[in-house]
Design a protein around this ligand. Structure first.
Ligand SMILES: C[S@@+](CC[C@H](N)C(=O)[O-])C[C@H]1O[C@@H](n2cnc3c(N)ncnc32)[C@H](O)[C@@H]1O
Length: 196
């Protein structure tokens, strides 16, 4: 189901999968490459404080008692994301690393080839993977990146495989997916062209 109005349409979820629109420039880090154009992204972004406030409100109102939060994060925001989730009462269970197999070298130094899927839970309220899948997946996902910001198919498949019966929502989604509720301001645009 596509959620149009997050304050009214959403239910309660055991799996919250979120890909926040962190503020960043497309094509690299201007601070380390001052002459670069640092083009803005093709979609709306949110200041860090708004991302925190959004999640605080959503997680208070729209989670089942036991729930997991899987949050995508780029290097730049790792400390901030972990700090604000700690303020909201969450513990970090794992940093699942996505190896994109390639990536830009913004300062002509190393390639930024990884992103992080952070698994958070509240003490005593973690949702465990089904028995047959415990230990099947590791903290590394290896899958080539496709279009800018699109996350790997393997992440959805892993969550569906580990938590087949759990209620799931994707926040800041761009495509709908069977079995998931979705929210995002680009979701309708891409509706019907689900390629993942
Ligand atoms: C990082 S992208 C999501 C990419 C997506 N997970 C994928 O794999 O294709 C963040 C998305 O959040 C959307 N967004 C930004 N601000 C928003 C807001 N206030 N409400 C809803 N969606 C927003 C952006 O337009 C963008 O589609």
């Amino acid at each position: 189901m596509v959620i149009q109005d997050i304050s009214r349409g959403a239910g309660k979820y055991a799996i919250v999968y979120t890909d926040p629109p962190w503020e960043q420039a497309k094509g690299g880090k201007k601070a380390v490459r001052p002459n670069s154009s640092g083009k803005p992204l093709d979609y709306h972004t949110m200041p860090l404080a708004d991302i925190e406030e959004f999640h605080e409100r959503f997680l208070q109102e729209h989670t089942e008692e036991k729930h997991n939060v899987f949050m995508w994060c780029i290097d730049k925001y790792l400390p901030a994301a972990e700090a604000f989730m700690a303020r909201l009462g969450y513990k970090l269970h794992a940093r699942i690393i996505w190896d994109k197999l390639n990536g830009p070298a913004p300062a002509f130094t190393v390639r930024f080839q990884t992103e992080y899927l952070l698994w958070f839970y509240k003490p005593g309220k973690i949702v465990m993977p089904r028995k047959e899948r415990r230990g099947k997946y590791s903290t590394i996902i290896r899958e080539g990146s496709t279009i800018h910001s699109k996350k790997p198919r393997a992440a959805y498949e892993m969550l569906e495989d580990m938590f087949p019966d759990a209620s799931k929502i994707e926040l800041f989604a761009r495509n709908t997916r069977d079995g998931w509720d979705g929210f995002g301001d680009e979701l309708e645009v891409s509706n019907g062209t689900n390629t993942r």
